[in-house]
Ligand binder design. Structure first.
Ligand code: GDP
Ligand code: FE
Ligand code: FE
Ligand code: FE
Length: 198
């Protein structure tokens, strides 16, 4: 795994070392899986493979950042975060607020990459090709094992937009079964990407 110096001032080795030191081994392996799957989806969808592989690799960089650090980042007026984020948790923060840590620690300023990180958990009403690639790769990478993952892979490799729709419906079903609080953006995204066409 080698990342060209296009999107970060860090070398590939530095980038990989920082990613690895910020999470446990299982999460690190997940990130490698997402990177490889993102590369594959990029090839299928005529998107920049290097950029997709990098975005996939770093998407969960902040997954295990301590809660206190997230809260401090949200409260810091310099960052301009919506204070409603304080009502959520790390499941929601690690993408939306995680992009702040990625910019700071991994020296990445590319807006398309940072936006894909921000949207990788909840998706959004509008999604760029890179947003879709990271969102879907996260769900279907080879380490993922849940009832329905094979269907998710088949659908996503056949059509990226359908992959987004399938994933949002599946995630919402899972969250509703648990009576979990749904982030409004997740519902808005579902209404765009998962609804059957007439
Ligand atoms: P991961 O970081 O690779 O585990 O995957 P994600 O970033 O996609 O999701 C992290 C967690 O957030 C998962 O357990 C999702 O089910 C959960 N999640 C996704 N959308 C929502 C939401 O709207 N509300 C809540 N409470 N959790 C969500
Ligand atoms: Fe994540
Ligand atoms: Fe996801
Ligand atoms: Fe992930």
């Amino acid at each position: 795994m080698v990342f060209k110096k296009t999107y970060s001032t860090l070398s590939s080795e530095e980038l990989i070392a920082k990613e690895k030191s910020n999470m446990d081994e299982q999460r690190f392996q997940h990130c490698i899986g997402v990177s490889e799957t993102a590369r594959k989806l990029a090839r299928l969808n005529h998107y920049d493979e290097e950029k997709a592989a990098l975005a996939g690799f770093i998407h969960d960089y902040a997954k295990q950042v301590p809660v206190e650090e997230f809260i401090a980042a949200i409260k810091d007026p310099a960052n301009g975060f919506d204070q409603d984020l304080l009502n959520w948790n790390r499941a929601i923060w690690h993408g939306i607020v995680g992009s702040h840590f990625i910019e700071r620690d991994l020296k990445i300023s590319d807006d398309e990459i940072l936006t894909a990180i921000k949207r990788h958990t909840t998706a959004d009403v509008t999604m760029t090709t890179l947003d879709k690639i990271v969102f879907v790769a996260d769900f279907i990478e080879p380490h993922r094992d849940f009832p329905g993952v094979e269907t998710a892979r088949k659908v996503a490799f056949a059509n990226l937009d359908d992959g987004v729709g399938f994933e949002l419906a599946h995630t919402l079903e899972f969250l509703v079964k648990q009576r979990a609080k749904i982030y409004p953006k997740t519902i808005a995204a579902y209404n765009v990407w998962s609804i059957k066409k007439e």
